[in-house]
Every structure is written in C-alpha cells, then in structure tokens.
Design a protein around this ligand. Structure first.
Ligand code: ADP
Ligand code: MG
Length: 401
C-alpha cells in the first residue's frame, strides 16, 4: 500500500500531535520515554505539536501541507485519531490526503485503533500496559493498511466520521460515565462497568427501535464465528502485510491550499448503500426490532478497548459494520451481564446466548422518548436520546502497520 508521498522526496519528517489531556495526562511523557529515540535513530525529523482544545487536531490537519510530512503520529486515544482523520476527510483533496499515514501511538484511555492494528498484524502488545514503542516501530516502516471510514448522522449532532464504533447504552455509559475515574487509567472502565451492571434492572436498560440492512454474504457470516481463545495470539510478524490498492501517490499534486468541506458534503455519494434521510422511514428490505436493550453497539474494528477483543474477525478495511446487542427482555439477569462483560477480555462474550451480533451494511437506532443512555462515537460523547444512523462509505484512511 502506497502513502500519499511521491517517492522522490527524501527527507523523512513526521508531524506528531500530542493531546496533553488524553489518558492519564501523560502523553508527552510517553512520547519522550518510548517514541522519541526511535524516530531519532531512524533519522526521522519530528515536528511536535500539542492540541489545545477539542477539534484542534481537525483544524491542524485541514490546513497542513501534506507534502512536507511522510505521516502523522497521534499520541492520544481514538478521539484524537478521529479528529485528525476528519481533518483529512474534509479537505477538498481528500482522496490524496487520506493517503497520509496515521501512526496511532496509544496515549489515551481508549486505544482501540492501535490495538486493532497490532492485533491484525500479529504484533504482540501489552493490552493493559503501554505499547507506544511497538506502534512507533510500526510507524517508521513504509508499510500501511487501509482503515474503512463510516458515515454517522444524528438528529442532534449532525454528521461525523467513524472508524471504530457508535455505541448506545451500557458500553457508552461505561466509556463516558467513567470520566470521573480518569485518574485511574484504563481501570476506570472496569470500575464503571461494575457500578453500572449492579444498577440493573432499575437503570441501565433502554427502550428503542433498531433497523438494519443485513449483508447478504453468507460466507462473511460464517467467518464471524469464533472459538473462545482464537484471537489471543501472542506472536507474529505481520509488519509487512499491507494490501494492494491502486497507486494514487502522484495525483492532485497541484493542490496547494485545499478548500474545506463539511463532513456531510465529504460523504456525499460515497456511501456504499443508499440510505434514507433520518426523518424518512427505512426501506422494506431493512429489518426492524423493538425492545428494551442493555447495549446496542455498531462497531467496525476488532477491539473496542486495547484489552477488549470485541469482534476479533473484523478487518480494518472491511466494508461491514457489526451491529451487536444485548436485549434485557431476553436475559433479565444482571449477573449474566456482569459475567459477560468480565469475559470480554478473553472473547468469551461471543459464547453468551444473550449477545447477538449481525454484520450489516447500514443501521438506524431510535431511542424511545425519554429512554436516555449515553451515545458515544469513536469513544467521544454525543447527545443522548437522539436517533442516529451509520453506513459504510467507500473512503479509507491509511494507517501505519
Ligand atoms: P482518551 O482516550 O483519553 O479519551 P482521546 O484521544 O480520545 O483520549 O481525547 C479525548 C478528547 O480530548 C478529544 O475529544 C479531544 O478533542 C480532546 N482534547 C484535545 N486536546 C485537548 C486539550 N488540550 N485539552 C482538553 N481536551 C483536549
Ligand atoms: Mg476518547
């Protein structure tokens, strides 16, 4: 897989964005300890920039002269990666800009992209420790993979780009509610999970309607079934496994100052299936279910946390979304749910009869009036209670692997 850069440019320079707020607020420390010397020894110049506020990374990337850098390193969690990718996507030269490789250096609380990349490349990583060094080493090699982008639309938050997940209910409540335990690092998610499940069935179950367009490929459906411990690979050397895609390295070279579009316009005519507007009914070939759910997740990567191999077969570039849900009216037992959550780190949640997952092309989620429950897009909060839909697009970003 080629990057955005024409081959003849010889100086190697990487832009590294550091979010001083991410994780336990130690991103700079992580960079200095694990990454700096690797870039130095590889003779790669680094331009360090700190993000100052939400969406700052989007602004930086939207106006970046992408010909000056071979890649963008992000020392933060999935939220800042999303902002950087949104910056590339909304540029008028997006087809080329999305060739700019992103190196996700896991400096946040949720580092699902870094974990999914390492997992898919067979690179061992410490799921509950740090693995900044591993991703930096992957980042300095000219080896890349495509990362599928999806289009999210909500009645109150408008349009967003998604590469990881849109979650409603328990998982979102854990992600966002655990903000109060930020000081605890990743353990904050486990603390919140315990508190939330113990509140069932009084709170933490949500009424709503889910509609989806299933994929019609039987072979894919059978591929998504696993044995318990299959994903816990510990060795491998997948570094050089980039896929083949057409060479676009030298297209659009004359664009010096890209114009900026909205996310909505950037996705226009690039969804893989035509979906109705949110205020229109879903077509007849969609399936609709109504119930009281504990969680409804739409995910597209293997991991939804670096220690949570959620749908391990998911590929980075796949044109598929995985709709997964737990229906309270079927399970009705908070201890089963607590056990299922605790079993997620060894992938055994897939064996629980209450856990359903369906590969889809698109889906719409409509919380019932007053249903509540947090909604998170790539780990960042959205307005709760609003209807939203997600559809796969023909865009891919590029990630170092
Ligand atoms: P984490 O995994 O710890 O949540 P993220 O990378 O997801 O880390 O970032 C969390 C949020 O921090 C993002 O929504 C981003 O907009 C925001 N952010 C970026 N820079 C700053 C800053 N200087 N101060 C506060 N928030 C910031
Ligand atoms: Mg985050």
């Amino acid at each position: 897989l080629k990057s955005h850069k024409p081959q003849e440019l010889t100086t190697r320079k990487v832009l590294v964005l550091i979010n001083p707020f991410s994780g336990q607020k130690k991103a700079l420390n992580l960079y200095n300890t694990f990454c700096k010397s690797i870039f130095l020894e590889a003779n790669i110049q680094v331009e360090l920039r700190f993000t100052k506020h939400a969406n700052h990374a989007t602004e930086i990337v939207q106006t970046l002269d992408i010909d000056c850098y071979e890649s963008i390193g992000i020392v933060s969690g999935d939220g800042l990666v999303n902002e950087a990718i949104t910056g590339l996507l909304t540029r008028s030269d997006r087809d080329r800009a999305l060739r700019m490789p992103i190196i996700h250096i896991p400096g946040g609380t949720g580092n699902s992209l870094a974990a999914s990349i390492a997992f898919k490349c067979g690179e061992p990583f410490s799921a509950r420790g740090g693995f900044c060094r591993e991703l930096t080493l992957m980042g300095i090699k000219p080896s890349y993979k495509q990362l599928r982008l999806h289009h999210f639309e909500s009645s109150s938050d408008g349009h967003k780009c998604v590469f990881l997940s849109v979650v409603w209910g328990l998982i979102a409540d854990i992600d966002i509610g655990s903000e109060r335990f930020r000081w605890a690092g990743m353990i904050r998610l486990h603390m919140e999970a315990l508190l939330r499940t113990m509140q069932l069935p009084t709170v933490a179950k949500y009424k709503g309607r889910i509609s989806y367009l299933p994929i019609d490929d039987e072979s894919l459906i059978s591929k998504t079934r696993f044995k318990n411990n299959e994903p816990r690979k510990s060795f491998g050397n997948g570094h050089f496994g980039g896929g083949d895609i057409p060479d676009l390295a030298d297209m659009d070279l004359n664009i010096s100052k890209p114009k900026i579009n909205t996310v909505k316009d950037s996705f226009k005519n690039r969804e893989l299936v035509k979906i109705p507007r949110l205020d229109e009914p879903v077509p007849d070939n969609w399936i609709t279910i109504e119930s009281e759910f504990v969680m409804v997740n739409v995910t597209s990567l293997s991991h939804i946390g670096s220690d949570l191999p959620y749908i391990p077969s998911s590929k980075l570039e796949e044109e598929v979304l995985y709709l997964s849900l737990v229906d309270w009216s079927v399970v009705k037992n908070r201890f089963s749910i607590a056990r299922m959550l605790a079993d997620m780190d060894i992938c055994s949640h897939l064996d629980y009869p209450c856990f359903h997952f369906i590969p889809v092309k698109a889906c719409r989620i409509e919380p019932a009036p007053g249903a509540g429950g947090h909604v998170a897009v790539d780990g960042e909060p959205c307005t709760s209670g609003s209807a939203f839909q997600v559809v796969a697009s023909s865009y891919c970003a590029t990630v170092a692997c």
